[in-house]
Write a protein that binds this ligand. Structure first.
Ligand code: BES
Ligand code: MN
Ligand code: ZN
Length: 490
């Protein structure tokens, strides 16, 4: 995470290693250009530079600016006023992502609005991330960009606000990414719980951790069942941020499977390593909770991290086992790979018992969500109003979310033969029946269910997201909390 500052210098005079500037596509046959910089535009006119979103051209500054080099980033349009905030985030994130190993960079968006400048900086901050914790140093690992400054151009107050917000958002998203990128031998339920305690130690957030014995005593049959095949037992972490003036309350629940082998219903080997990311939901709600506390949001947040490792050990649950869940309902575990809904259901029961105004859960729940929406879009299900809150917040954050339905007829497939429920439905509509299963544990509380199985972890880079953990959905969850705190979500 780079340190972020403001520079009052003009584009020409900024003292930095790399000056990042937007590149606009030329109208008709005109060459691409840099808005507000006729000299630079003229100098590159013969390059025939492409200006699709995220296209990068790094060139020496040749005396056109004090910076050592210029990094021109395509924004995908001829008119800067037409470029969305998220497209600017993606473009400027692609720029900083290319700058690992560089010490100093500056972002300038001449002729852009204050909001656009803020988005460009946010994207740049999010793109400046590298996970090098486990590089030994022998293979020349490159750390992320060291420092970033925003060329203020007149509005120093707007720049100050943009710097503060970008720094905070990038810090929170990077906490999520670091947790998700931590390999599964090093991040397991007990160590995740400990990391959560450390991460909130300096914040007005209280933490309670239930261990495997307390979980068994408390009747958390879903979490206990999933965790019992591992030598590393499960945990349920509860965090509470409760500002005394808060009028609204939200409960968050995150899926924290620190590794998902599938259990006895073992997954195939190819791609199983990606299941190190099956705790992304838990990392996300933890990050959003930290963000709420650091922003002093006037909303109560109670957060549950449902942590277990899904392993096929000798003590593992068998397909066909019946477990009794936290709310007393019984479930036939027909497929031990449908473990996410089992741990989430128990945590949702506790979340609902808080009687919050909204319950929001985040989970890498189903491969079916990836089939339905692709690798970059998250699905949002649940009650209509809660779903709408998430979609509104996603409109603000820029993250792609799409609503999915709960068709009533899918419920019948979830009725158990010997127990109340079974943990799998028909294969078609798998993301929907997973959500409908969870609904059995939510009662009447307004509830949004976010399935981030696709966008949480990336096989290729895009914009401000590198390979691996993306942190996607963290900004949206935090935005929902912010909207509730400010009352903009009635
Ligand atoms: N963690 C997986 C879902 C997943 C798949 C996340 C791909 C990210 C990428 C989940 O626990 C799972 O295995 N779901 C099964 C459910 C099925 C057995 C009903 C699935 O999606 O195949
Ligand atoms: Mn699974
Ligand atoms: Zn899983």
């Amino acid at each position: 995470m780079p340190t972020i500052t403001i520079t009052e210098a003009s584009v020409r005079d900024v003292d930095t290693d790399v000056l990042i500037l937007p590149l606009l596509a030329g109208a008709d046959d005109a060459p691409a250009s840099v808005p507000g910089s006729p000299e630079i535009s003229e100098a590159i006119a013969g390059l025939d530079a492409s200006a699709a979103r995220g296209d990068l051209h790094r060139i020496p500054s040749f005396g056109l600016a004090a910076a050592s080099s210029l990094l021109l980033v395509g924004v995908g349009d001829e008119d800067l006023a037409e470029v969305s905030a998220e497209d600017l985030r993606l473009a400027f994130g692609a720029a900083t992502r290319s700058l690992s190993g560089v010490e100093r960079a500056a972002v300038a968006l001449p002729t852009g609005s204050a909001d656009q400048r803020a988005a460009a900086l946010e994207g740049a901050a999010l793109g400046a991330y590298a996970f090098v914790a486990h590089k030994s140093g022998t293979g020349a690992p490159k750390a992320a960009l060291g420092s970033l400054s925003l060329v203020a151009e007149g509005g120093a107050d707007a720049a100050r606000a943009a710097v503060d917000r970008s720094s905070l958002l990038a810090e929170v998203v990077d906490i999520v990414r670091d947790l998700v990128n931590t390999p599964p031998n090093l991040l397991f339920p007990a160590s995740f719980a400990q990391r959560a305690e450390e991460l909130v130690a300096d914040l007005p957030v209280t933490v309670t951790v239930l261990d495997e014995e307390q979980l068994a005593e408390g009747g958390y049959g879903g979490i206990v069942g999933v965790g019992q095949g591992s030598a590393r037992p499960p945990r349920l972490v509860r965090l509470e941020y409760a500002p005394t003036t808060a009028k609204r309350s939200v409960a968050l629940v995150g899926k924290g499977i620190t590794f998902d082998t599938g259990g006895i219903s073992l997954k195939p080997a190819p791609g199983m390593d990606d299941m190190t990311s099956d705790m992304t939901g838990a990392a996300t709600v933890l990050g959003a909770t930290i963000g709420a506390a650091r922003l002093h949001l006037d909303v109560k947040v109670t957060t549950y991290l449902a942590l277990a490792e899904n392993m096929p050990g000798g003590g593992a649950q068998r397909p066909g086992d019946v477990v009794t869940m936290r709310n007393g309902k019984t479930v036939e575990v027909l497929n031990t790979d449908a473990e996410g809904r089992m741990v989430m259901a128990d945590a949702l029961v506790d979340a609902v018992a808080e009687e919050p105004d909204l319950v929001m859960d985040v989970a890498t729940l189903t491969g079916a969500a990836v089939v339905a929406l692709g690798k970059r879009t998250a699905g949002v299900m649940g009650t209509e109003d809660a779903r709408a809150l998430v979609l509104t917040a996603a409109g603000t954050s820029g993250e792609p979310f799409w609503a999915l339905p709960f068709p009533a007829e899918l419920r019948a497939d979830l009725t158990g033969r010997v127990a109340d429920l079974r943990n799998i439905g028909e294969r078609p509509g798998g993301a929907l029946s997973a959500g409908i299963f969870l609904a059995e544990f939510v009662d009447e509380t307004p509830w949004a269910h976010l399935d981030i199985a696709g966008p949480g972890f990336a096989s290729s880079p895009l914009g401000y997201m590198g390979k691996g953990a993306t942190g996607m959905s963290t900004r949206t969850v935090l935005q929902v909390l912010e909207d509730l705190a400010t009352g903009s979500a009635a």
